[in-house]
Design a protein around this ligand. Structure first.
Ligand SMILES: *[C@@H]1O[C@H](CO)[C@@H](O)[C@H](O)[C@H]1NC(C)=O
Ligand SMILES: *[C@@H]1O[C@H](CO)[C@@H](O)[C@H](O)[C@H]1NC(C)=O
Ligand SMILES: *[C@@H]1O[C@H](CO)[C@@H](O)[C@H](O)[C@H]1NC(C)=O
Ligand SMILES: *[C@@H]1O[C@H](CO)[C@@H](O)[C@H](O)[C@H]1NC(C)=O
Ligand SMILES: *[C@@H]1O[C@H](CO)[C@@H](O)[C@H](O)[C@H]1NC(C)=O
Ligand SMILES: *[C@@H]1O[C@H](CO)[C@@H](O)[C@H](O)[C@H]1NC(C)=O
Ligand SMILES: *[C@@H]1O[C@H](CO)[C@@H](O)[C@H](O)[C@H]1NC(C)=O
Length: 231
């Protein structure tokens, strides 16, 4: 995974092809959700293009969260863009710009899709997805290296760090629900972690979502030096 292997990194997050000659980095993961199709040049298609272009061209928002919709029912399109809380606005814009180009190509003619880069996530749908906590779909990534010793202590240190960050992120307010930090793990190693929710969630939903993501750590990343759970 993209995490630095000499460090212990845990990331818990979000409780939300390029036919051209230009090669773009692929998403870490994406889902085309098969909830319905639109036809090319339909009103839905036009509304989707409109909402994605306003999302990727926006220069006013500097807190890394975009909840834009466009059009009238039944062709209204809802879109959410979120950047990692430790990413600068210009990188955030570049990431979302890439996502708005790539996702509709990967999920061509699908009304609902979600894709994750390292620095951002993009989601769109015909459904109102604003302020609603959803814990699926999800994906995991893990560092292949095992924690070398004192795994029980490592797990406990990790849980303590994540619990504290979960509380911090949930209380972050309506523009940013993010926390990142470090703690000392066994053998004097430094443990890094980062948690984040889309800020349109209530404090409680954010906290619940992160608790759910934390519960997945034993399933995805048991004994590993690093991991990522994205919902
Ligand atoms: C967006 O894509 C361009 C072109 O491939 C790439 O150079 C740039 O690093 C990408 N931006 C991000 C934030 O990944
Ligand atoms: C969308 O279209 C694909 C093939 O183009 C089809 O397999 C799929 O069943 C359709 N999905 C829905 C929800 O209609
Ligand atoms: C959609 O519109 C474009 C530009 O007007 C046109 O070139 C293309 O053939 C149309 N596609 C379909 C499937 O109608
Ligand atoms: C990690 O531990 C598991 C279970 O103990 C073992 O099967 C696996 O080979 C180990 N992986 C590495 C990279 O050491
Ligand atoms: C969009 O997000 C902002 C910032 O979190 C929030 O204040 C606003 O209520 C949201 N709008 C909708 C329609 O959910
Ligand atoms: C760990 O976090 C503290 C703040 O809690 C910060 O001052 C320190 O620079 C961080 N250490 C590393 C190695 O990132
Ligand atoms: C732990 O690491 C810190 C900073 O890297 C260093 O100052 C300290 O001496 C180390 N402690 C032990 C017991 O190795």
């Amino acid at each position: 995974m993209a995490m630095v292997s000499s460090r212990l990194v845990f990331l818990v997050s979000i409780c939300i092809l390029v036919s051209q000659a230009i090669a773009q980095p692929d998403f870490l993961y994406h889902f085309c959700l098969d909830k319905g199709n639109y036809t090319s040049n339909s009103t839905y298609n036009t509304n989707l293009n409109q909402v994605l272009s306003s999302l990727s061209s926006n220069t006013e928002i500097d807190y890394g969260f975009y909840n834009f919709s466009y059009g009238k029912s039944p062709d209204k399109v809802y879109s959410l863009g979120l950047c990692r809380g430790d990413v600068k606005p210009d990188i955030c814009r570049s990431c979302l710009n890439n996502a708005t180009n790539l996702l509709p190509l990967l999920c061509s003619n699908q009304k609902e899709a979600i894709g994750w880069y390292d620095y951002c996530v993009l989601r769109y749908s015909f459904r109102d997805i604003f302020g609603i906590m959803e814990d699926s779909p999800s994906f995991y990534m893990w560092n292949p290296y095992n924690v070398s010793a004192n795994y029980d202590q490592f797990s406990q240190d990790l849980r303590t760090l994540l619990d504290s960050q979960r509380g911090q992120a949930a209380k972050g307010g309506s523009l940013r629900k993010f926390a990142a930090g470090n703690a000392t793990a066994p053998n004097n190693q430094t443990l890094y972690s980062l948690v984040q929710c889309t800020p349109d969630l209530s404090d409680q939903d954010c906290s619940d979502c992160l608790a759910g993501a934390m519960e997945e750590i034993p399933n995805c990343c048991d004994g590993k030096q690093g991991g990522r759970v994205q919902l």
